[in-house]
Ligand binder design. Structure first.
Ligand code: FAD
Length: 317
């Protein structure tokens, strides 16, 4: 079922959902399921499965053939299929521009359709470690809005190189990313919001936000987005701080601010167990306020661990 239909069906009740990361290649999937299992009592209607890229260096007889061949790490699609089968909830693969030609994206989407996947999250992806800026793959997309357009076209039976008359078109519900504290490369929040509007105008059905620790940032973002005519659900994505080094790491990687009160509370902690508790309490407070404000879904970045998300969900749902 589509995310937008889950929201309609909930008739104003706030839904619980979360994001998981596939295990590193070759590692067991058991740990992932051990972390999903305890969260199922909160009835998530959908679970997001992230996608990461890795770079291959191709060498033949000592010659470097293709230094920048990047591919999706395995896991996302297989885990989505397995989640649907094992838990009977919708699984949402994250589909990236980076590392894919448009043709490869089309094949991936066709597979998603065959697997009965109703929603996809359309993202650009980050620059690879050694790149200063994001570089699109030859024959791939530069921006998520172009990917959204491709998915929408496919929903109408317009494949890249042919129009196929069929009664079996995909009808993907499309999610995109939004940034209450603006995307790191955007010159201003306003210009970033214009880009978000472009994604919605091209067919995105809902937005999931980058994490934030100050709800005011989300409320202001929502207000500005609505003023600009972005009228799709804007789902807040939140994450509990779990270790002291998140105080540096999260602002550095995601360009988000951490409120002074939270910094002070974390700095006072003597152990990471205490930090985890502070993170849980902060996130409970955030969640309750967002729920009271009537958000359709609270979406948690679990980073593969469920104990803290469970502690939050117990208090909020
Ligand atoms: P875009 O919407 O393309 O925007 C990227 C930048 O380009 C922005 O600064 C925007 O303002 C600017 N821009 C957009 N269009 C134009 C234009 N036409 N001209 C000039 N500038 C433009 N990354 C992963 O690798 N895997 C994941 O699974 C993943 N999941 C995510 C889930 C969520 C909810 C979020 C919020 C992020 C996720 N990311 C993931 C990270 C995401 O890929 C990065 O933040 C990436 O840098 C931007 O992706 P985007 O889809 O927002 O890009």
């Amino acid at each position: 079922m589509k995310v937008t239909d889950h929201i309609k069906k909930a008739k104003g009740e706030t839904l619980f959902s979360f994001e998981i990361i596939p295990p590193v290649k070759g590692k067991s999937i058991k740990e992932l399921y051990d972390n999903i299992d305890p969260l199922m009592e909160f009835n998530p209607p959908f679970i997001d499965v992230t996608t990461s890229r890795e770079e291959f260096v191709y060498i033949e007889k000592g010659n470097l053939l293709d230094k920048k061949l990047t591919r999706m790490r395995p896991g996302t699609l297989g885990i989505c299929a397995s989640i649907k089968h094992k838990y009977n909830v919708d699984a949402i693969p994250h589909v990236l521009c980076g590392g894919f030609t448009k043709e490869e994206t089309e094949y991936l989407l066709v597979d998603c359709h065959y697997l009965g996947i109703d929603n996809v999250m359309a993202l650009r992806g980050d620059a690879m470690k050694e790149e200063k800026y994001f570089e699109p793959t030859n024959g791939g997309h530069q921006y998520a809005s172009q990917l959204v357009k491709q998915i929408q076209e496919l929903n109408c039976g317009n494949y890249l190189h042919e129009v196929i008359e069929t009664d079996n078109c995909s009808d993907f519900c499309i999610g995109v990313a939004g940034y209450p504290e603006k995307h790191m490369e955007a010159p201003s929040l306003k210009s970033d919001l214009k880009r978000l509007k472009e994604k919605v105008d091209r067919g995105a059905d809902y937005v999931v936000t980058q994490m934030f620790f100050d709800n005011q940032k989300y409320f202001e973002f929502l207000e500005e987005a609505r003023k600009m005519g972005i009228d799709v659900p804007i789902i807040p994505g939140i994450k509990p701080i779990a270790v002291k080094k998140h105080l540096q790491l999260l602002p550095q990687v995601f360009r988000v601010d951490i409120p002074e009160d939270l910094i002070e509370a974390v700095e006072k902690c003597k152990t990471n167990k205490e930090v985890r508790q502070v993170g849980v309490e902060w996130c409970i407070h955030q969640s309750k306020e967002l729920k009271e404000a009537g958000v359709s879904v609270l979406h948690y970045y679990s980073m593969g661990k469920s104990d803290n998300i469970k502690a939050i969900a117990k208090e909020v749902f």
